[in-house]
Design a protein around this ligand. Structure first.
Ligand code: AMP
Ligand code: MG
Length: 497
């Protein structure tokens, strides 16, 4: 530790910093330190993320690390700030938002040059807190921590989570809860809403600075594009549309509901961001609404692909002053309509063990999704059982999942014809690596949270281990891969976190 000019102690964790977002200047953020969190304790850590940042296990286990990620000690070389953005929430222009409870510590330089930003979420008031208290509660921090790492292990682009620290400090939601801080990591936390912010205010210089920053750092190919009359901003829109389409295709295939797809929660890098009332489907219900604060179902599971397009349209409008031509913007946006269905089909074919496209794939996929919905079949269990059935040729355990067995038999006949064309062992292998055995179902998260509130983190640790390798069998943990209990349907998750 060394003493800063202002007397506070800065911790040298041996990190190299390259704070590029901070260097954009004061139009983009307010520099401020996290607010201290009293008497912090460890809740969870991801050794994998620590390793990516270059933080050793020994350092992560030190009392100093606990204080750092509680926001009580600054890291030397960091440049803490809260960024400003705006956005559309539930279809309405919400005006200025911003990091209301997140502090970006800075960007850690990584070997590959990409850099990783480190952010504390729940670290107190910022100039953008509006009516909020700047804090996050333990339950939502545990959910974000577990889900970020689970999504990563599923191969879905996401922000990562380094750790969660808790405190007995009270936080007032529907009832009194306790505070926690989750440390998130991503190459960038820039959202569609950052672009909307400057565009809506007519701050076109800042809009261009931001777009150039994102292109130069993350989408350099947009500078060399021959498409769109060489317009790099149209190319950026197309690239973001592509990444968003690919991400949402993965959400749909795995049965992930984000819950709050506001434009301020949409990553410019196509990462899953801002875990709130998310849920993985239990029974397959296309219209499932996971967010108790969304009675209209704007963000229902089956609406996510369209909502993503709607959000990209908002981004297109924000970028229009830079693109300069409505037709080019439309053209860039159009790509979503082909990329999403293609990406979705690729995902679903892999779930069925079909390595290549062939005639009738679409009917096969539509057919099974309809049957799953009509029979209310458990989504993850269906896919996992189907994977084993292809390996063993015993389809009885899959058939058992359907009330309407005759209808399933008709589909199965079609499916067997399809996979007969492929090598079965190869198909089963692909399926077992595509259809996870372990998912962060709501009731599992809930059990880990209930135990954690009593100071017992063993269930959280178990989940973290299982979800880090969700395609493995993990003998002895059958219960974690089983159907949800009846009480799971009574869990109510809202925006309040
Ligand atoms: P969310 O729906 O969680 O993405 O939040 C929307 C906006 O509200 C973001 O700008 C958040 O930073 C802000 N926000 C959410 N919860 C709080 C809180 N407890 N205190 C301050 N700001 C918050
Ligand atoms: Mg948000």
């Amino acid at each position: 530790m060394n003493t800063l000019v202002d007397g506070s102690m800065a911790v040298d964790a041996g990190l190299r910093w390259n704070n590029r977002f901070a260097s954009l200047g004061p139009s983009f953020h307010t520099r401020l330190a996290p607010h201290p969190l009293p008497d912090p304790y460890w809740v969870g850590k991801s050794r994998a993320v620590a390793g990516q940042l270059g933080l050793s296990d020994a350092w992560m286990d030190s009392p100093v690390a606990l204080e750092v990620f509680a926001g009580n000690l600054p890291l030397s070389g960091s440049a803490p700030l809260a960024s400003v953005y705006s956005g559309h929430q539930f279809g309405q222009w919400a005006g200025q938002l911003g990091d209301g409870r997140a502090i970006l510590l800075g960007e850690v330089a990584t070997g590959d040059g990409a850099g990783l930003e480190v952010q504390l979420k729940g670290s107190g008031l910022t100039p953008y807190s509006r009516m909020g208290d700047g804090r996050a509660v333990l339950r939502s921090s545990i959910r974000e921590f577990l889900c970020s790492e689970a999504m990563h292990a599923l191969g879905i682009p996401t922000s990562r989570a380094l750790c969660v620290v808790g405190s007995d400090a009270p936080v007032y939601r529907e009832e009194i809860e306790t505070a926690a801080v989750v440390t998130r990591v991503a190459p960038s936390f820039i959202r569609f809403g950052h672009f909307e912010h400057f565009s809506a205010r007519g701050q076109l210089g800042e809009l261009k600075t931001l777009a150039d920053f994102v292109i130069d750092r993350f989408y350099p190919a947009c500078r060399e594009t021959a498409a769109f009359d060489g317009n790099p901003y149209a190319a950026l829109l197309e690239a973001v549309s592509g990444r968003t389409a690919a991400m949402v295709a993965q959400w749909q295939a795995v049965g992930f509901c984000h819950g709050v797809m506001n434009t301020d929660n949409m990553s410019i890098l196509g990462l899953t961001l801002d875990y709130g009332p998310f849920q993985f489907l239990d029974a397959y219900d296309p219209g499932h609404i996971c967010n108790h604060s969304d009675p209209q179902g704007r963000y229902a599971y089956n609406r996510q692909p369209n909502v993503a397009y709607w959000n990209l349209f908002c981004l297109a409008q924000a970028l229009l002053p830079l693109i300069g031509d409505q037709d080019l913007a439309k053209q860039a946006l159009e790509s979503y309509k082909t990329v999403f269905p293609e990406a979705f089909m690729t995902q679903m074919r892999a779930k069925l063990g079909l390595a290549e496209a062939s005639d009738g794939d679409g009917a096969l996929i539509d057919g099974i999704l309809l049957l799953l919905a009509q029979n209310g079949v458990d989504y993850p269990i269906f896919w996992r059982r189907l994977s084993h059935a292809v390996a063993s040729s015993d389809f009885e355990p899959v058939r058992d999942l359907f009330a309407d067995r005759a209808a399933f038999d008709v589909w199965l006949l079609l499916y067997k014809e399809h996979i007969a064309l492929d090598d079965k062992a190869l198909a089963a292998d692909l399926m077992l690596k595509t259809n996870p055995r372990f998912m962060l179902r709501n009731h599992l998260a809930e059990q880990a949270i209930r135990a954690a509130k009593l100071g017992d983190f063993s269930e959280l640790n178990t989940l973290q281990t299982l979800l880090a390798r969700p395609f493995d069998e993990h003998p002895g943990f059958e219960a974690h891969a089983d159907f949800p209990p009846d009480w799971a349907s009574t869990i109510s998750i809202s925006c309040s976190s």
